[in-house]
Design a protein around this ligand. Structure first.
Ligand code: NAD
Length: 259
């Protein structure tokens, strides 16, 4: 199916690898030119060059921390006039509820709530003026069902989810949709790091740790960044204009809920 977005321009945050890169590559495959962001310049430029050579689209890369005002300013400057925004940033570290300080909460809110809100505030007004736009926020399945050790993530992402629920209805009349994609376990560097930590704690190999986690997923495997990117490209497509303010789980059935 042609997504109907050839020639559009997208800003994809936190996209030198993992889920952000999966989204960027899927959009590029639909003929969308990109402003690609991540913190490390070298990995970012390598990802950008691979996209240029694989898909023949224009890719500008902005090495910056999207959770800081300066970093966002650089991304917003390069991405001015974008039709599509994919919000993403690294997730907060695990821990215990009684240990988290005010500073820990502020850092999580900055990364996983206030940064995507600021990016929306920066780019959506021009989308509304042109009468077309798409925003996809990468959040987490922890929005639907808490992961207790990721309480910083549960908290910050709940705030973003609330903001999107109201705002999506306010911008929809102008042809702009905002939706959230909720990843379950996907095969990325973050999943590898979580497996390595679980392996160390349980005295088993990382492969065994992965097999144990895969067994908790009804699909019996981790998701791929390609699958995730394809879902993102659909939400950014011409066909998804009636999907407004939704939270879409991509988790292989892991959250055991009827709705
Ligand atoms: P990853 O570690 O594989 O990739 C993260 C990417 O974000 C990298 O390109 C990194 O350079 C970039 N990045 C991180 N912080 C940044 C910042 N402040 N500014 C700019 N770029 C930044 O991670 P991933 O697995 O792709 O996860 C992406 C998001 O999805 C995270 O918030 C994560 O918590 C969430 N998530 C992932 C999974 C999973 O299984 N992979 C599950 C649920 C939620």
């Amino acid at each position: 199916m042609d997504m109907g977005i050839r020639g559009r321009r997208a800003v994809v945050c936190a996209a030198s690898r993992g889920l952000g890169l999966g989204c960027a590559r899927a959009l590029a495959g639909e003929g969308v030119s990109l402003v690609l962001n991540a913190r490390g310049a070298e990995a970012l430029e390598a990802a950008a060059e691979a996209i240029r050579s694989d898909f023949g689209v224009e890719v500008a890369s902005v090495a910056a921390d999207v959770t800081t005002p300066e970093g966002r300013a650089a991304v917003l400057e390069a991405g001015a006039g974008a039709d599509i925004l994919v919000n993403n940033a690294g997730g907060p570290p695990p821990g215990m509820w009684q240990d988290w300080s005010r500073e820990d909460f502020i850092a999580a809110l900055d990364a996983n709530m206030l940064a995507p809100i600021a990016m929306i505030q920066g780019l959506v007004p021009a989308m509304m003026a042109r009468g077309w736009g798409r925003v996809v926020n990468i959040t987490s399945m922890s929005v639907k069902a808490p992961i207790a050790t990721l309480g910083l993530s549960n908290t910050a992402r709940a705030g973003l989810t609330g903001f999107v629920a109201g705002t999506a209805r306010q911008v929809a009349p102008a042809g702009v949709t905002i939706n959230n994609l909720l990843p379950g376990i996907h095969a990325t560097a973050r999943a590898d790091a979580l497996d390595a930590a679980a392996a160390q704690a349980a005295g088993i190999t990382a492969k065994e740790a992965r097999q144990r986690r895969e067994a908790t997923v009804p699909a019996r495997r981790y998701g791929t960044t390609q699958e995730f990117g394809a879902a993102c490209a659909f939400l950014c497509s011409q066909h998804a204009g009636f999907i407004v303010g939704q939270n879409i789980l991509l988790d292989g059935g892991q959250i055991n809920a009827t709705l």
